[in-house]
Design a protein around this ligand. Structure first.
Ligand SMILES: [Zn+2]
Ligand SMILES: [Zn+2]
Length: 331
């Protein structure tokens, strides 16, 4: 597992087993993702698929550009895909007043065109023109108006912003495989269409890696899913006191603190103390808030919770960062 970026400004993690490479979320630009992959010695061109946890911007920013560039499939739940399509498709509806204004403008343009044609035809030398000439003038004007119409009605067809080379659907609670990796998606409580966490099982090496970020609390199904892991990327978003005293507006504080918001250092520690089975080689704390947390506070809370289990079987604690990739965790 290599965490390329983690935090509210963008998330992306590479999971590798054997010859299979999966990118989980593409929350920074395509350029930045590729740059960071190269930095940690991964070849972006070797990615097999992109897996999306949920449609929030910090998880999909670079998605379409990267998927198109690498021509690889993107795995979503159907609801997440729909929400993403809605998000990236600009609204094309026009108010009635706007529409009326446009029609009026077009009418005036046509009238001007007709008038201009008429002026040409009424050149002194052509004063004796007959009805046939008048018809010609009208026909010419009509041609012109058609040209104007076409320009307005058929603008250049813009590329579909929701286009992806291939889309695959999965459902929470239903396992599926990509290459040598078995994937178990599980539902997480978060304010998105159909947010998921994942457990990855590297079949040949019998190694299990889990990702659980962007969750308001740790419900029983998540506790169950996170058993028997070798590597766990766990959210440790905010320090409660810093959040309460911090710069966020009240409504945002309420959202972060809610049951569908983000996991606090205390809630992550509570999970590590009471529910975590202690068997992981490495625990990565991620999605740390830049404004409402300090890496030392997150680490302290987690290490206290893990307590004496640290160092025996591993249980080392790493902190994922927003701006630089974390060293690859290899087992
Ligand atoms: Zn989110
Ligand atoms: Zn997020």
């Amino acid at each position: 597992m290599t965490v390329l970026a983690s935090g509210s400004k963008g998330n992306a993690t590479v999971i590798v087993a054997g010859s299979t490479r999966i990118l989980v979320d593409a929350g920074v630009s395509c350029r930045e993702l590729m740059k960071r992959m190269v930095q940690v010695g991964e070849d972006p061109e070797a990615l097999d698929a992109i897996l999306i946890t949920h449609e929030h911007v910090d998880h999909v920013t670079g998605l379409s550009v990267l998927a198109r560039r690498l021509k690889i499939p993107v795995f979503f739940t159907e609801s997440t895909h729909r929400a993403w399509v809605r998000m990236v498709t600009p609204r094309s509806t026009m108010s009635y007043a706007k529409w009326l204004e446009r029609v009026q403008r077009e009418k005036e343009a046509r009238a001007e065109a007709v008038a201009a044609q008429g002026a040409e035809w009424s050149h002194p030398g052509l004063e004796t023109r007959d009805a046939g000439h008048a018809d010609l003038a009208l026909a010419a004007a009509a041609d012109l108006s058609v040209a104007v119409d076409e320009e307005v009605v058929a603008p250049k067809v813009k590329a579909d912003p929701a286009f992806l080379p291939a889309v695959e659907y999965f459902r929470a609670g239903h396992g599926f495989s990509i290459g040598e990796i078995d994937i178990s998606p599980f539902t997480i409580p978060h304010d998105a269409a159909d947010p998921c966490g994942f457990v990855f099982h590297a079949r040949s090496e019998s190694i299990r890696m889990g990702i659980a970020t962007d969750l308001g609390y740790v419900p029983p199904n998540v506790k169950m899913a996170l058993k028997g892991l070798d590597v766990l990327l766990l959210e440790s978003n905010h320090d409660l006191e810093m959040l309460k005293d911090g710069p966020y507006p009240w409504s945002v504080k309420q959202r972060v603190l809610s049951r569908v918001g983000h996991l606090s250092n205390a809630a992550a520690a509570e999970f590590l103390l009471r529910d975590y089975d202690g068997g992981a080689h490495t625990i990565v704390l991620g999605h740390l808030s830049a404004k409402n947390n300090l890496p030392e506070l997150a680490r302290l809370a987690a290490e206290e919770a893990i307590g004496e289990r640290m160092g025996l079987l591993g249980n080392r604690v790493l902190l994922a960062a927003q701006d630089v990739p974390l060293e690859p965790i290899s087992l």
